[in-house]
Every structure is written in C-alpha cells, then in structure tokens.
Design a protein around this ligand. Structure first.
Ligand SMILES: N[C@@H](CCC(=O)N[C@@H](CS)C(=O)NCC(=O)O)C(=O)O
Length: 236
C-alpha cells in the first residue's frame, strides 16, 4: 500500500471537510481501505491552487479525480475495477452533474447568498485566522462570486439555483434507486462523490428549498447514513 498524505481543508458542522472535493477524496480512501495521513492544507499552498491534493510515495498529485486515477493506475487501489465500460461512462456522467453543476449551486448557497455567507464567514475565519482575516475574506468572496457568475449559476435567481440543485439530486436519487450503492451492493467512486455532495448540502446550517428537498428524500438520507457507517464508523 502506498504512503498517502492528504492535504485538505478542515471540517465543520459535523462534515469531514468544508470542501466537497476533500470529503469525496477522504471518503474514497476510506471506502477503498487505503490508509492516509490527513494534513491541513489551503488552496494557496496547493500545486493547482485548489484542495485537495496529495503526496503519494513522494509523488505530488493534485485534483481529487487525478488522485483516484493515479491510485488505480500505479497502486491497484481501484473501487471501480468491477464496473463495465458502460457503467464507467454512467459514473462519469453522474459525477459531472455533481462536480460541474451542483458544486456551483453549493458555492452560491455559501458564498453568494447573504444568509449563507453570514453562516460560512465565522468558519472561514476560524480556519486560518492570520491569513484569512477580515481584509482578505471580501476578496476571496468576490473571486468565488466571479467564478459562479462565469459558470452561469450566478446568473440564475435564488429559486432557480435551488431548483437546479434539487433536480441534480433527484437525478442522482434515480440512479441510486433502491440499491445500497449506485452500482449495487458495494461502493464505487460515484458513491464517494454523491456522499460528499449530500453531506455538504445537509451539514451546512442554513435552510433552503434544495436542502428541504433532500431532507424529504429518504433514500438519499439513508444512503448518507450508509456511507457514513462504512467510511466513518467512529461518527456514524
Ligand atoms: N477538480 C478539483 C476541484 C477542487 C476544488 O474546486 N476545490 C475548491 C474547494 S471545494 C477550491 O480549492 N477552491 C479554491 C479556489 O478555487 O480558489 C478536484 O476534484 O479536486
């Protein structure tokens, strides 16, 4: 087994990290039973300017998906090994819904929405008080708002953003169906991604229509509890 150092943002509100991509990777490593050493790391320290990143046997790999692919290609650590080519393509499509659509909805909920930012701000300030002070935070917020605008989610109304997030989760719920995990009885990489995004939405302490929709979805809530019990038995 390779020696993995995982650099990521710390947790809050009971979630393993404030970043869905960090939760995804930590959950993947845990589900794959790959030991790792978790270290605190901020985007500005990362080789690609984003969290998470890793050091795997001395090789630095940034980006959660690259890490998953690196572990499969070089170390035989691969939760998707048993999937057919068709299932791998479905997994890719489902992952992209969450990472390229839902993610920006979550950014809107935390960074653009006033109530969301009021709740997020103290957590951000606590994470790195000397660096992330009251002067830097508005600049960070402006940067995230710009990203959310450029991607398109920032151009939508509040109702539209929540409707989009709720529909993304409906699509994932449909793919999950009544199975324990998306591709059957055992977890694969898409389960780590789905868990990360359900967890990120539900743990954030601000109510809204998209959170209410997932709260009404027993299958997704049971899925969240199932992954938590497997990957984080200490807190399940
Ligand atoms: N494709 C990347 C996305 C990572 C990402 O967007 N991370 C966010 C935190 S959730 C980040 O570091 N943002 C900092 C920034 O964009 O400045 C991955 O899968 O790791």
């Amino acid at each position: 087994m390779p020696a993995v150092k995982l650099f990521q943002l710390p947790g809050a509100w009971g979630a393993p990290s404030v970043s869905p991509f960090c939760i995804k990777l930590e959950t993947y490593l845990r589900l794959a039973k790959q030991p790792f050493d978790s270290r605190s790391g901020a985007p500005m320290q990362s080789p690609n300017g984003k969290v998470p990143w890793t050091d795997i046997d001395g090789v630095v790999v940034a980006d959660s998906q690259r890490v998953i692919e690196h572990l499969a290609a070089h170390h035989g650590v691969d939760l998707d090994q048993r999937l057919s080519e068709t299932e791998k393509r479905r997994s890719h499509a489902l992952r992209r819904i969450l990472e390229a659509s839902t993610y920006f909805g979550l950014c809107w909920i935390r960074w653009v929405d006033e109530e969301g930012f009021v709740a997020y701000k103290p957590v951000l300030l606590k994470m790195a008080p000397p660096v992330l002070n009251h002067l830097v935070l508005p600049l960070l917020r402006r940067g995230v708002k710009k990203q959310v605008m450029a991607q398109g989610t920032g151009l939508l109304s509040e109702q539209e953003v929540h409707a989009l997030v709720a529909r993304d989760f409906e699509a994932l719920d449909e793919a999950l169906g009544d199975k324990p995990f998306v591709f059957g009885d055992e977890p694969t990489s898409i389960d780590a991604v789905l868990f990360a995004f359900v967890e990120s939405l539900m743990a954030f302490p601000v109510e809204g229509p998209s959170k209410a929709a997932v709260r009404d979805n027993t299958r997704l809530l049971e899925f969240r509890a199932r992954v938590r019990a497997r990957a984080y038995p200490e807190s399940a």
